[in-house]
Design a protein around this ligand. Sequence first.
Ligand code: MTE
Ligand code: LUZ
Ligand code: MOS
Length: 743
Amino acid sequence: MKNSDTCSHVRGESRYTDDYTLPQDTLHCVLLYSPVARGKITRLDCSEAEKVPGVFRILKAEDIPGENQIGTIILDEVLLAEKEVHYVGQPVAALYGETEEAARTALQKIDLQIEEEEALVDPREAFRRGEILTPPRTFCIGNVEEALKSCAYVVEGRAESGAQEHFYLEGQAAVSYPIEGERLYIRSSTQAPTTVQKVVARVCGLPMQRVEVDVRRLGGGFGGKEDQANAWACFAALGSRLTGHPCRCVLRRNEDMKATGKRHPYSSDFTMGLDTEGRILAYKAFFYQNSGAAADLSTAILERTLFHGTASYRVPHVEMTAVCCRTNLAPFTAFRGFGGPQAMFVYESALRSASAKTGIPIEELQRKNLIGTGDIFPYGQKAESARAKDCWDRAFELYGLQKRIQSIKEEKAGRYGRGYALMPVCFGISFTNISLNQARALIHLYQDGSVGVSTGAVEMGQGVNQKIKDIVSLSLGIPEEKISLESSNTTRVANSSATAASSGSDLNGMAARMACRKLTGRLQKFLAIARNCDEEDLEFSGGRLLQSGKDTGLYWDQVILQAYQARVHLSAEAHYATPDLYFDKEKEKGRPFAYHSYGTAYVEATVDRLLGTYRIDLVQIVHDSGRNINPLVDLGQVEGGLAQGTGWMTMEEMRYSQSGKPLTASAGSYKVPDMFSAPGRIDCEFLQDADNPKAVLNSKAVGEPPFMYGIGAWFALQMAAGFETSEYIAPLTPERLFTYIHK
Ligand code: MTE
Ligand code: LUZ
Ligand code: MOS
């Protein structure tokens, strides 16, 4: 039940990428980053730097043996700048030193001159100038213009949400070792070992089979290492490839915050139309995504913004357009929710404007319009066993919300005001890029009965290894002590998808279960012959063999040894691909998700109406995680997601200057949630009797959905502060709240 990783974390025994003793001849890589957001390189002179003792090699774009290209969806991102720079923090040269100190000393001696040009930081301005990555996409259902004409109420407004730093505790890191036969072994802090393998192979000019990537665990990824671990692994790999030495590339916190992408800022316009009873008839939105200087995962993220444009609600007439706008900021990237949270914030904002205009209490408006089974999402998928209302109603009943809401409404605000918000979540599970919805597992039963499990899943604190261990333990009928999860390694499990889209345990867990079935099938067959009985009568439970439900006195270990001696095949590999997914990009319709995860959070807050400071007092959640594989792990995901989402909405503010300089790229200037800002109390119940036949052991993915509960914090604070607006700007920092109050 307990996450076994937790024990090794607490004892300080967990090892991360940079925690291994390095060979003496290891080189240390540091990068020269562009200090300006946009310009032409007029001079890059390394002659003085090369003279620094201990500097081994300095790498420029033209020295790259393969392609100078690290783009994944769109090939638009160079590893090292060639003639131009496009954002502050863009790598311009890589320095390899015998010590990190030597390399850093040399860094100061490089003569880099850039003719600075005007930088773009605002996505709307970028759009006006035609700086877009791909043509805008539009999701449509019904006829929005016609419907708006017939609406009793129409509200319009704007919503903006900011960048968010991942703040994984372990920064970006990679270590590369040259091995015999022009091969590389790379330890990388990546969510996507195969992507690192592919991109390293491309820049090194090697076939993928010569690049082995190994990942034991990450100290957090949160999407920040889905595509953005690639560059640092490339720098380490290139060092090894060109010098024959092991090579380490590990970013400092301030470098990491400056040079790596964050959650995409969005600026959006909305129009919502309702009838006299508060039924939402029409919704129109335009999303300007600030994509940064290169595509990275932006187009996929934009797609998920459209998929979640109507949040947890039913709307018959919809027209939503979204566009990726190219600016001169570090390429923005995946972050828990992947464009979904940005869209949901816009929709919830529109609902607040609608409540103010119609006078219908917000929670009535929300409840009335929640999506139900049989309703159609704007992308054509039908909601099957929708549990939005189940979670909502259960939360009201369980936590006595009607009463709490009533008492807050009756309170008279003095200096302190109180407010509440309900935040329903409906999140589609599956990679929207359908080909990524596949996974493999490789299981070995060793002669002593111990079990080694390899999958493509990457452990990043979310407990996927524990969940897979739980699945294997249940499937083989043996105690979990016998099972160990191996590192994620491209030579054992190839072509893995990133551990992302909350589907790590869905996909890899299912593959592991299928591999277990193969193994138990072979054992049953072997034992049935030996014991002269039916295969179906035999099963393992608690590590003992049962026949027709009765203990045979035989232990798993004994059986495995006998099976080995009888030459039974004790290794199994299995492949799982999520069935029934399709999407037509011409029509923008299909069935992109295997299912949806649901939930409702109730958030209460207190605001000091003089100072603008505040507290989140209470959060009460009912969350649908299907039949939990591991309730403790899932609870950790709900609490962690909530905290991270609340941080995004309230205190984490990434600022940039007009010329594109990040102003808060340090732990001292960027505020992340801590124990003191955490809600005074968090309750969470998992929805009962909520089996999900679409995922392994009737579970549901839980990694990202709870992040969006944090959106409730914005609106609880709005109510507590007592202001109305048609411009919803996040994060709602105390400073911003102060200006809203005293406007
Ligand atoms: N939880 C922890 N502790 N650390 C993380 O890096 N990443 C989140 C979520 N929960 C993350 C986390 C994100 S963005 C995703 S997509 C999922 O975990 C990925 O893991 P899963 O697919 O196994 O749920
Ligand atoms: N990554 C991805 C994701 O490549 N595709 C997705 O649909 C997705 N969704 C959520 C998080 N990461
Ligand atoms: Mo999560 S944003 O899918 O890594």
